[in-house]
Design a protein around this ligand. Structure first.
Ligand SMILES: Cc1ncc(COP(=O)(O)O)c(C=O)c1O
Length: 395
């Protein structure tokens, strides 16, 4: 009888890597939410007060978005059926792009399926091995991965050290140069000095790119985010990336830029070209979200979010907690070592408050934290419950 080769088992190095993660308190796993995004959500059979999502305006379950989604799905279907450049780009995608461009004051907007793909797409299309990319040390993984994918020389400067960015651009010769930064830093919640960085990029003839995943919708006039804070326009920030998975309450992303640059990206940004266009239902829900964000309801939600941020910061400071210099919805509490962050998170969980511990490699060694995030939907009373739970957890 012919002997069958046994099915290959998982290589030992794979198992060892996982074991190492577990040993270092760095093992990650998903948890299953039994309800939608909301300040109070169900995990297992228990209700928790949630302070870790990115649904900053509480739009993920908003009736206007649900209506937009249902109507769009009824008219255009659930799936787009093809990539943007074949026949997947429909009237909803087009009008969402045009409305975003008008809102932000840019010539063109291109939709991407995720923010991760938008960052990979822009950076890898615009740079190659003869080029230099300069990035903040705390930039999001997708900006760093875009640089890796492009093969360009990547140099990182200390967090928000614009002088260092300037020096690097001055001292390094390259065919093309690019400077890229988060607008709001995803793990620290502070805002990049975009005005200074934009001037530096301009001085060195470098392309300037801003990822405002956590700023858009949350602050600035009409909710335009970080560019609004500094009154910057397309001329100063020629490449602006934004996501829909956070304040917009849906999913997907976009890049706002000039007509000429959009033409270029349409030819060369592979994560734009070789993937299915966003679901029309999501495009419709995102249009509803944009109209809400731009209007008076958006203003009211931003005011509520601001008030929640102030309430939390005042209370956390009274407890002697170490916060970052953030005035955004991201309010991390720095605890240092990973095991401490886990203990802290578990102590909160026992009191019915959910806030995930963030550990290396997402943040640097010794900088583990509880990434507290606030939403306009939280009440002051819920924030008081969080503060009370924190005071017990640190005791
Ligand atoms: C700063 C930043 N950029 C990009 C992304 C990726 O966006 P998306 O979730 O749409 O892939 C995220 C988070 O997810 C982020 O925090």
């Amino acid at each position: 009888m012919k002997s069958h080769k046994s099915i290959a088992s998982v290589p030992s190095w794979v198992l060892e890597s996982v074991a190492q993660r577990k040993q270092g308190n760095l093992f990650r796993q998903t948890m299953v939410m039994e309800s939608g995004q909301a300040p109070i959500a169900k995990v297992g059979d228990k209700q928790y007060l949630m302070f870790c999502g990115n649904d900053y305006l509480g739009l993920a379950n908003h009736p206007k978005l649900l209506k937009g989604l249902k109507q769009s799905a009824a008219e255009y279907g659930v799936g787009s059926g093809a990539s943007h450049l074949v026949n997947g780009h429909n009237r909803l995608h087009q009008s969402l792009e045009e409305e975003l461009a008008q809102w932000l004051g840019y010539e063109r907007v291109m939709l991407f399926s995720t923010g991760y793909m938008a960052n990979l797409g822009v950076i890898s299309a615009l740079t190659d091995k003869n080029d230099l990319i300069v990035q903040d040390k705390l930039n999001h993984a997708s900006l760093l991965d875009g640089a890796k994918l492009s093969g360009a020389k990547l140099k990182r400067y200390l967090h928000k050290d614009s002088e260092a960015a300037n020096r690097i651009l001055q001292q390094n010769q390259a065919q093309h140069k690019m400077l890229a930064t988060d607008g709001v830093f995803s793990m620290d919640g502070d805002i990049a000095p975009l005005d200074v960085l934009s001037s530096i990029a301009n001085e060195h003839d470098a392309l300037f790119m801003v990822d405002d995943a956590h700023g858009l919708g949350c602050f600035g006039e009409n909710g335009v985010g970080s560019i609004g804070t500094y009154h910057l326009t397309q001329a100063q920030v020629p490449l602006l990336m934004g996501t829909f998975g956070k304040a917009f309450g849906t999913s997907g992303a976009f890049v706002a830029t000039s007509n000429d640059m959009a033409d270029f990206l349409t030819q060369f940004a592979r994560p734009y070209i070789y993937t299915t266009a966003m679901s029309p239902a999501i495009a419709g829900a995102t249009k509803a979200s944009l109209s809400l964000i731009r209007g008076s309801e958006g203003e009211d939600l931003r005011a509520k979010l601001d008030s929640n941020i102030a309430t939390f910061r005042t209370g956390a400071k009274q407890l002697g907690l170490t916060l970052t210099n953030s005035r955004t919805a991201i309010q991390p509490i720095l605890v240092g070592e990973s095991h401490k962050a886990i203990q802290f998170s578990e102590a909160l969980k026992k009191q019915g408050v959910w806030c995930t511990a963030i550990r290396p490699p997402t943040v640097a060694n010794g900088r583990a934290r509880l990434r507290v995030t606030l939403s306009a939907q939280h009440t002051h009373q819920q924030i008081d419950v969080l503060l009370q739970a924190l005071s017990i957890a640190i005791a």
